[in-house]
Design a protein around this ligand. Structure first.
Ligand code: OFO
Length: 188
């Protein structure tokens, strides 16, 4: 009964709510995808990459929860996404990070689409809420690129892969000051 009164009048449109739920689906899939990658790295002995990805999987879940709160606080209904069809096997550590960059670019496009929609319908509240994700996506793409650069710079021969794994473990601490991942006061 109380919920009906709360949701009767709201500024969040149904279309925006649906788009935000689609974003929840993407963030949930990111969390599942990175957890699967972390497990594969762990199993193969790439323990630093595994830790990096376990942490990233958890961060993606936090991104998803941020959207849950926003939708429900705005009088909508956040939906738990299905997580089927997750890839479990990877050809190499290089493939893992190539797939991460590819995936993050898709997430960035999805966020941009959402931001564009909010701007066009003058939903400046949601537009402002999404700015955190805009900054976060730049950070996520940069991290994936940095990891891929290690393969080019170090090479995979000899102790190369071992060294790459070690360096990937250090990437998490290299996030730029002021980024959402570092600046927890910004709601991250
Ligand atoms: Fe949620 O930032 Fe990656 O996907």
């Amino acid at each position: 009964m109380k919920k009906q009164i709360i949701t009767k009048e709201r500024s969040l449109t149904k279309e925006t709510e649906d788009l935000l739920n689609q974003q929840i689906d993407m963030e949930g899939k990111s969390a599942a995808y990175y957890l699967s990658m972390a497990s594969w790295c762990d199993m193969k002995g790439y323990s630093n990459s595994a830790q990096f990805l376990y942490l990233h999987s958890e961060e993606e879940r936090q991104h998803m929860l941020k959207l849950f709160s926003y939708i429900n606080n705005a009088g909508g209904h956040a939906l738990q996404p299905e997580t089927t069809g997750i890839k479990h096997q990877f050809k190499s550590l290089l493939e893992v990070f190539e797939l991460i960059l590819e995936h993050e670019i898709k997430v960035t496009r999805s966020i941009n689409k959402l931001v564009d929609h909010c701007f066009n319908i003058k939903d400046f509240t949601t537009f402002q809420f999404l700015q955190w994700f805009v900054t976060e996506q730049r950070e996520e793409e940069t991290l994936a690129r940095r990891a891929l650069e290690l393969f080019d710079i170090i090479g995979e021969e000899g102790v190369g892969l071992w060294t790459i794994d070690l360096e990937i473990g250090k990437l998490e601490g290299e996030q730029t000051p002021g980024s959402p991942a570092v600046d927890q006061t910004n709601g991250g």
